[in-house]
Each structure stands twice: as structure tokens, then as C-alpha cells.
Write a protein that binds this ligand. Structure first.
Ligand code: B1M
Length: 212
């Protein structure tokens, strides 16, 4: 028997095998995949964030925790994603230049996909130029930008400005998210929307697609 507290603890301790075991047990016991993500995996990662900030955890430990969380996510992902659903829109997703954080961004991608939309996940540290090239290549409906560092937030504005320069701005909606950004920041840089978490990102994408 496993519970959410056991799962969160294994994430904090970076025990990938244990995380997988708890996730599997929770699925077998009939728990909802989304609840496993929110109450177990993210709950554990939130504690890691607090301890990292307080200087009680160091980078290698944080990376172990992140890897163990990803191991758990891989198991629940197929249960959340409805692969056979016809895509209702295309989302180009990436973490902006200079920023290597991808746990939240990948979670956002996973939930958007599970909401029946197509996601092109470009990865991390993506330059404005590479975003523009990808917009031209993939013609997405929405460009979704993630940043976790205050120092990389301005890269979001650079992307919007380059979209304008390249006369692509009216072809795509731009949404932003990540711990340091806000609705106010989205308004300041002229983004079309801001989502505080992965669940709201899905709703925001659907709202913007409906208004297109
Ligand atoms: Co970094 N890091 N980190 N880090 N790290 C933070 C972000 C920090 C807040 C920690 C702290 O000091 N308190 C701090 C930033 C301070 C700031 O700028 N305000 C920080 C720092 C300083 C750094 C380094 C500079 C540390 C150093 O080297 N001195 C360095 C920078 C590297 C770089 O990017 N160039 C660094 C490195 C790292 C690791 C590599 C060790 C690792 C990243 C591993 C990885 O992602 N693969 C890491 C981690 C794990 C964290 C913390 C601990 C956890 C982040 C996380 O994954 N959270 C973080 C502290 C914290 O957040 N409390 C911290 C869990 C995740 C589910 O939440 O990412 O917020 P989050 O995503 C949420 C929402 O934000 C939102 O939805 C997600 C799910 O609900 N969301 C979106 C995210 N993107 C979205 C996009 C959307 C919509 C919603 O639409 C497009």
C-alpha cells in the first residue's frame, strides 16, 4: 500500500525506483492520475523547492528529485494523455533562452496534450530566433513560453518583439507562465495570456483557441 505522503517523500529523497513503485501502487489502488501528479509528485517537488531556497538541499539532490519526479510522470502520462483524440489546436512550447528549468514546462505540455491539443515541445534554453523558425515551420496556434528565473523573463518580451518584427505576431497567440511571471507581466510585454499552473494553462489554451 502506498499513499501520497509516501510518494512525495520518495520524490524529496530522489528515490526514482521507489517513486515508480508508489505511483504504480496508487494507480493499481484506483487513484486518479491527476491527483497522483498533484498530491504526490508536485507536492514533493514543492518541498524540494522550499528546501533548495533555504539552502537545505543542493543542486545534485534537486536533480535527483527532479529525475525521480520525471520517472513517476512517465508512468501516469499515458493514463492522462488521450492519444487517439483528434488535435483541436497546435501549441509550440519551450523554456526561454538562458533558462534550463523544464519540470513545470513539461508538466504543462503533458496536461495540454491530455486536453486533446498537439504539443511541440522545443525543450529548454530556446532563443527567440529558434522560436521564430519553429513558428514558420510548424504554424502553431499558440506559442507557450516558460521561464523560472527573473533574469530570463525579458527573453519572453524579446520573442514577442521578434514575432512583431517578422510580421508573425497576428498569426499566433502567445502565453506565458512560470514562477516569477504574472498576469501583470503578461500585460506589460503584450502577451495574450498568463497561466499560474499547468491546469490553468490548458484552460487558457482552450479559451484562446475558441476565440481565434
Ligand atoms: Co533552479 N531556481 N536554478 N534549478 N530551481 C529556482 C527557480 C529558484 C526559485 C530557487 C530559489 O533560489 N529559490 C531560483 C530562481 C530565483 C529567481 O530567479 N527568482 C533558481 C535558481 C537561482 C537557479 C540557478 C541560477 C541556481 C544556480 O546555479 N546558482 C540555476 C539556473 C540554471 C539555469 O536555468 N540557467 C538553477 C538550476 C536548477 C536545477 C538545474 C538544479 C533544477 C532544474 C532541473 C530541471 O528543471 N530539469 C532547479 C530546480 C528544480 C529549481 C526549483 C527547486 C524547482 C523548480 C521546479 O521544477 N518546480 C526552483 C524553486 C521553486 O520553484 N520553488 C528553482 C516544480 C514545478 C512543477 O513547478 O516549475 O514552477 P514550476 O512550474 C509550475 C508553474 O510555474 C507553471 O506550471 C507549473 C506546474 O503547475 N508553469 C507554467 C511553468 N511554466 C509554465 C508555462 C505556462 C504556464 C504555466 O504557459 C506557457
Amino acid at each position: 500500500m502506498s499513499n501520497y505522503a509516501d510518494l512525495a517523500k520518495s520524490v524529496i529523497e530522489g528515490q526514482k525506483d521507489k517513486v515508480k513503485e508508489h505511483v504504480q501502487n496508487l494507480i493499481t489502488a484506483g487513484n486518479s492520475p491527476l491527483e497522483i501528479v498533484n498530491e504526490g509528485l508536485i507536492a514533493g517537488m514543492n518541498v524540494v523547492g522550499i528546501r533548495f531556497k533555504a539552502g537545505d538541499m543542493y543542486v545534485p539532490e534537486v536533480l535527483m528529485a527532479a529525475k525521480s519526479m520525471s520517472g513517476g510522470l512517465e508512468i501516469v502520462k499515458p493514463l492522462i494523455a488521450k492519444a487517439d483524440q483528434k488535435s483541436q489546436g497546435k501549441i509550440l512550447l519551450g523554456t526561454v533562452k538562458g533558462d534550463l528549468h523544464d519540470i513545470g514546462k513539461n508538466l504543462v505540455g503533458m496536461l495540454i496534450e491530455s486536453g486533446g491539443l498537439e504539443v511541440i515541445n522545443m525543450g529548454v534554453d530556446i532563443s527567440a530566433e529558434d522560436f521564430i523558425d519553429a513558428v514558420i515551420e510548424h504554424e502553431p496556434d499558440i506559442v507557450a513560453l516558460s521561464a523560472l528565473l527573473t533574469t530570463t523573463m525579458p527573453a519572453m518580451q524579446d520573442i514577442i518583439e521578434l514575432l512583431e518584427e517578422e510580421e508573425l505576431r497576428d498569426k499566433v497567440k502567445v502565453i506565458i507562465g512560470g514562477a516569477p511571471v504574472s498576469q501583470e507581466y503578461a500585460d506589460t510585454i503584450g502577451a495574450d495570456g498568463y497561466a499560474p499552473d499547468a491546469g490553468s494553462a490548458v484552460e487558457l489554451c482552450k479559451r484562446l483557441l475558441a476565440s481565434k
